[in-house]
Design a protein around this ligand. Structure first.
Ligand code: GTP
Ligand code: MG
Length: 285
């Protein structure tokens, strides 16, 4: 049942809207304090009686407005006019789906006829390199890798050179999962980012934070912390096929202004979609 339908059902059985209960419901949907407070303020200040349908409609409209702000849905990645690689840096905490998303984006681009190089810049976690290489073999996408313990910035440097000399229009850099309170690891990520910028002052062209829809409101906190060290350009939200609710990305969009670029809806390489606000509201919520 959709989030909006549930709202209607929940509040239909009551003589009037219980604002505390509404607040709890919106927070539980991971919409964040800011949006929750705004919605309640809008509705409670209304001079007429609010029906459960009004409530759901208002939430739907507010969410649509937030998701469609600044031009709406993202453009697909396209090759640059100067022939140099478009560089995408992938970041996030452990286990959210960075490596899978890296492979999926490569697959997506390949389906459009584009060559992509993947950089195995997670040199930290055991088997991370083999994991990306396995994706590369399966999808027939070249992977540039070094050894465990190697400097991720150096891996990205090599991968950039490799993409450049192969005339590959895209380079996607997978990175190690890191908790935002681990200073050294965050500094390493910042260094990788700077290294990419040294080779091409316009790189990385996209810095995407991967968040797991099943982690709820933690995702907002992750986005806040990673924003402090990277100029994030967008979010990939994964695992929307699971128990994930997707509300957190609305909070991220609303509070940090970060657009949602892609959604992941399964483990298979095809299970990546370019974000579409209308579909998200209609199908995911
Ligand atoms: N159901 C589902 N599973 C996903 C999705 N994306 C990734 N996964 C699974 O989540 C698990 C972790 O994915 P990885 O891509 O290895 O995550 P990661 O962020 O690279 O993990 P670390 O490198 O260890 O930090 C794997 O079992 C993936 O198959 C998704 O959209 N849906
Ligand atoms: Mg990984």
């Amino acid at each position: 049942m959709s989030f909006f339908r549930k709202l209607v059902e929940k509040f239909s059985s009551k003589p009037k809207i219980d604002w505390d209960e509404l607040e709890e419901t919106l927070i539980a949907a991971d919409l964040g304090i800011k949006l929750t407070t705004e919605i309640i303020q809008d509705l409670s200040e209304s001079s007429r009686k609010i029906t459960p349908e009004d409530l759901a409609e208002h939430c739907r409209n507010r969410i649509r407005t937030i998701l469609e702000k600044d031009g709406g849905d993202p453009d697909p990645l396209t090759p640059r006019a100067d022939g140099k690689p478009t560089v995408v840096l992938i970041a996030g905490v452990n286990g959210v789906g960075k490596t899978t998303s890296t492979a999926k984006i490569g697959h997506h681009l390949k389906a459009q006829g584009h060559t992509t190089v993947l950089a195995a810049a997670d040199t930290f976690r055991a088997a991370a390199i083999e994991q990306l290489q396995a994706w590369g073999n399966r999808l027939h996408i070249p992977v540039v890798a070094s050894e465990y313990g190697a400097d991720p910035a150096a891996v990205c440097y090599d991968a950039y050179q490799s993409a450049l000399s192969a005339n590959a229009p895209f380079l996607i850099c997978d990175t190690a999962g890191r908790l935002h309170n681990r200073h050294n690891l965050m500094e390493e990520l910042a260094k990788t980012n700077r290294m990419l910028g040294r080779q091409d002052p316009t790189a990385p062209h996209e810095t995407l934070l991967v968040v797991d829809a099943t982690t709820g409101s933690n995702a907002l906190n992750q986005a806040r912390e990673f924003s402090k060290i990277l100029d994030l350009t967008g979010i990939i939200v994964t695992k929307l096929d699971g128990s994930g609710k997707g509300g957190a990305v609305i909070a991220i969009r609303h509070e940090l202004g970060l657009p949602i670029r892609y959604i992941g809806t399964g483990e298979e390489p095809e299970k990546l979609e370019l974000f579409n606000a209308e579909r998200f509201v209609a199908e995911i919520l």
